[in-house]
Design a protein around this ligand. Sequence first.
Ligand code: UD2
Length: 295
Amino acid sequence: MRILVTGASGQIGSYVLERLADEYDAVGVDLKVPTIKAIKDIVIRGDLRDFNFVRKVVRGVDVVIHLAAQVSVENSWKDPVYDVENNIMTTINLLEAGIKTGLDRFIYISSAAVYGDPHHIPIDEEHPKNPLSPYGVSKLTGEHYCRIFSEKVHTVIVRPFNVFSARMDPANPYSGVIARFISRVKQNLPPIIYGDGRQTRDFVHVKDVVNFIEIALRKGKSGEAYNVGTGKETSILELAEIIMDLARVKGSPEFGKPRKGDIKRSCADISKARKLGFEPETDLKKDLKDIFDKI
Ligand code: UD2
């Protein structure tokens, strides 16, 4: 089985490709060359916004795991067109080219951002979808394309909550909150919290996301969506405290203006993923300690 992992140089994609390359004929594609040695020679450089390139790269592939995306909520407000091109156009290009070349399976990595502010916690897959940002809208649009194309190709939608790993980029201002906080405390500066810090997230270690993607590949039902999180809610204030403790930084965090389109609470109901055999192993405090020196 030949597998194509898009976004293979990214935070999740690099781990997915590393894992699958042991077992399958797996290759990656990305705009950038990966920094991870183990996958350097199996990642093709190219732009998935270009249909001609997509057609070439998809030929002979049985499964596409689509992780390439613009991932920042904040950046999606700054440049919504870039967000659409990278999150919607790439998805349609892959589906269209894949269907034409006899693709067997398409695993689309969406996001918990499709739900918007929760009506109930934990959030199950049937929860209303009211995205609050261009990023949430683009991810949800990709899901709709997967759903309507699911008669032609087996498509599975995965909705990760807040993913973290040692491969987050602290230098990138659009990286997730964990990378931002670790970068601040390493400079002996307090983390900056946007808003009052009472907003919550379900932080899930990348190893759980990779585990679930492997499950989805084998057992995911076509046209169905699955949450991937831990079912545990952590406030940004608590997160700041944990990271300040790890770095032995004294004092209090700084507070800034809340971000536009910031979701207030987020916590996954993972019963549906569990039915396929998923069991999260994330231990936030322990995993943060493990990745602290690697970031
Ligand atoms: C994350 C992912 C997004 C998506 C979503 C799913 C990133 C960059 N974004 O969006 O791709 O999958 O989760 O739920 O991985 N914050 C601070 N200070 C900072 C940075 C952030 O207070 O320096 C706050 C921010 O306002 C928000 C929370 O931390 O309330 C999480 O922000 P984020 O950028 O890590 O991720 P989020 O949830 O917007």
